[in-house]
Design a protein around this ligand. Structure first.
Ligand code: ATP
Length: 236
């Protein structure tokens, strides 16, 4: 579904992504793990068009989208749930969801049906639909960020550190959600520092170090790779 071919992204003189190639096959969960500053968020931003690609190609469903502007990528079927969630704090839960559907020309009935689907997936959001998003707990805000990204009906969902700053039990819920979304047929590219959890859920995974892929393989293979375990799982 998604292919990156020798992608480079720079911030001025800093080369944050230094020739990354990867593939996200249809229906799979692919994880990118790596330390702070490895370039994970930059890579996701380049896929949705929020950071320009300096060299290489981004190919989505066989189409070269490297130069397609961000607002035209959403309707193609790519959505990002950003790091730090980025919900609109002074808007209600329901309005945040409606904003997630802005790129589609939905009828009122289809919008209603989509919101209903969000509430089936995240019952907590139904209970809090009138509440301002800024007053939700961290876990609820993360669920809202995912639900909002799903409102554009993506084929490929990009998740940037969905577990960041959440309590262990809530993190379990988020990973359960990721599994159910996969079962529903969604393709997911997941960026995580929680390497253990991410590798356990991932069909395929990549390790990113200072803007380059250093290891890749099945999630289970990387989970058992001594070098990955030592560097990212705290196991020696
Ligand atoms: P984290 O988990 O901390 O977000 P990351 O792996 O997502 O880390 P990035 O945020 O993609 O890493 O950052 C990669 C590199 O690019 C870092 O060296 C960072 O300082 C730099 N960088 C990121 N955003 C910018 C920016 N807007 N301007 C300049 N440099 C940036």
């Amino acid at each position: 579904m998604l292919k990156l071919d020798s992608v480079k992204v720079s911030y001025g003189a800093i080369e944050a992504i230094r020739g990354v190639s990867l593939e996200v096959p249809n229906g799979e969960v692919v994880a990118i793990i790596g330390a702070n500053g490895a370039g994970k968020s930059t890579l996701l931003k380049s896929i949705v068009g929020l950071e320009p690609v300096g060299a290489g190609r981004v190919v989505f469903e066989g189409k070269d989208i490297t130069s397609v502007p961000s607002y035209k990528r959403t309707p193609l079927g790519v959505a990002l749930s950003p790091e730090g969630r980025g919900v609109f704090s002074d808007q209600s839960v329901q309005d945040n969801l409606l904003l997630g559907a802005y790129a589609k020309k939905d009828s009122p009935e289809s919008l209603k049906a989509k919101i209903e689907r969000s509430y089936v997936l995240f019952p907590r959001l139904r209970e809090r639909q009138e509440q301002m998003a800024g007053t939700l707990s961290g876990g609820e805000q993360q669920m809202l960020a995912i639900a909002r990204a799903l409102m554009s009906e993506p084929k490929l969902l990009l998740l940037d550190e969905p577990s960041l700053g959440l309590a262990p039990l809530i993190i379990q819920d988020i990973f359960k959600t990721i599994r159910s979304l996969r079962e529903m047929g969604l393709t997911i590219l997941l960026v995580e520092q929680m390497a253990n959890q991410a590798l356990a859920v991932a069909d395929r995974a990549y390790v990113l170090e200072t803007g380059q892929v250093t290891h890749q393989g099945k999630g289970s293979e990387l989970l058992n790779d001594p070098r990955v375990r030592a560097a990212y799982l705290g196991v020696h």
